[in-house]
Design a protein around this ligand. Structure first.
Ligand code: PLP
Length: 398
């Protein structure tokens, strides 16, 4: 069990489940357990709960309920969007465009499709992590069937010019998918106004349960079904529905949208304060990602002369949960593909720290974290031969 006193600064990895969400889910495990595909009253209750949640998700995105399909989370939604569109549009073309900084749920699916004979262009990004619109326009050919660009990056928080990208794709007749897993509850989204054809989301990133998500699929687009079996989700995604999870997703997304006006300015202010103090009070530190077009709770910094993993351990000892790179790639010693793509040298990328603030963080958390980071960085630098070399070289230079 998590320590009661943990200061949790890893909200991009996952969030705690909101107590209101848990309460809303409970009856669907016990009292109302009917299979939504059956015909009696108990089953009809489950069906009604699913359709009610579908309306909530649709309303949060500016979509129609029949454009929302429930999945097991962000990874499945991303896989379905890419594979489903690729298979259904094979006759039209074999080319997909994405970016070098996507989540592995996109990048590894693209590799899978490349093995099947599809061609994928991985667009580079600028030093702030943004796609250049001219690069995108130039990459689209008459064989391009899909563009997939994430709404906001999970590591460096950079927000992409989604509306502009959607407009270009619509004009050129190419489908546009966005992985909005990190964006929901942080950035207002309207799929119609932004010309988005497919959008992935995942409940556990916005205080909902794990293992449940959705894919928005604009009405009328060509996409193959993903899981084959029963006729659930309008014959496109087979398998008995995760009714409690779907109910939880519905409540979580409704709350996420309602909370945005209240929480986002508060979280942004805490983040800005912590970030400014880190950058001004710890020398040899750089900010990764865009300064302004950035998820409100995201800090990603690199400290020269130290290892991010060692820093994480010291912070963990101090009761602070943070991350280096993304949660999915931690445990690997490869530098983050996102940091490399924005031009951070590999040694510097190894010294990176991601802090992602959320609803439960306070001013006290931020003050305590700053003190502990400064202590930990100091301690690691005094043990670092690279830092000792640097100091020696500097003293010779003066
Ligand atoms: N896409 C992005 C941008 C993410 O940050 C994540 C999770 O970290 C995923 C996809 C995968 O989502 P899930 O954990 O629901 O499979």
């Amino acid at each position: 069990m998590a320590d009661q006193k943990t200061i949790y600064l890893d909200h991009s990895a996952t969030t705690s489940t909101d107590p209101d969400v848990v309460q809303a889910m409970l009856p669907w495990y016990s009292e109302y357990y009917g299979n939504p595909s059956s015909l009696y009253r108990l089953a009809r209750e489950s069906r009604a709960a699913i359709e009610n949640a579908r309306k909530k998700v649709a309303s949060a995105l500016g979509a129609e309920p029949e454009e929302i399909y429930f999945t097991s989370g962000g990874t499945e939604s991303d896989n379905w969007a890419l594979i489903g569109v690729a298979f259904a549009n094979r006759k039209k073309g074999d080319h997909i465009i994405t970016t070098a900084i996507e989540h592995h749920a996109i990048l590894h699916t693209c590799k899978y499709l490349e093995n099947l004979g599809f061609r994928v262009t991985y667009l580079p990004v600028d030093e702030s992590g943004k796609v250049r619109i001219d690069d995108l326009s130039a990459a689209i050919t008459d064989k391009t069937i899909l563009v997939s660009v994430m709404f906001a990056n999970n590591e460096i928080g950079t927000i992409q010019p989604i509306k502009e990208i959607g407009t270009i794709c619509r004009k050129k007749g190419v489908l546009f998918h966005t992985d909005a897993v990190q964006a929901i509850g942080n950035i207002p989204i309207h799929v119609k106004e932004m010309n988005i054809d497919l959008l992935s989301l995942s409940a556990h990133k916005f205080y909902g349960p794990k293992g449940i998500g959705a894919l928005y699929i604009r009405k009328g687009i060509r996409i193959d079904g993903y899981l084959h079996g029963g006729g659930q989700e309008r014959k496109k995604r087979a398998g008995t529905e995760n009714v409690p999870g779907i109910v939880g997703l519905g409540v979580a997304i409704e709350k996420a949208i309602l909370n945005m006006d209240l929480q986002i300015p508060r979280i942004r202010k805490l983040r800005d304060y912590l970030l400014e103090r880190i950058l001004t009070e710890i020398p040899h530190t750089r900010l990764n990602g865009d300064r302004t077009d950035r998820l409100p709770g995201n800090i990603n910094v690199s400290f020269e002369f130290i290892e991010g993993e060692s820093l994480l351990l010291l912070l963990d000892n101090a009761g602070i949960a943070a991350s280096t790179g993304s949660a999915c790639s931690s445990g690997s010693l490869e530098p983050s593909h996102v940091l490399l793509a924005i031009g951070v040298p590999a040694e510097t990328a190894h010294g990176s720290l991601r802090l992602t603030l959320g609803h439960d963080n306070t001013e006290e958390d931020v003050e305590y974290t700053l003190v502990e980071i400064k202590k930990a960085v100091d301690r690691l630098r005094t043990m670092s031969p690279l830092y000792a070399d640097y100091l020696k070289k500097r003293s010779c230079d003066v």
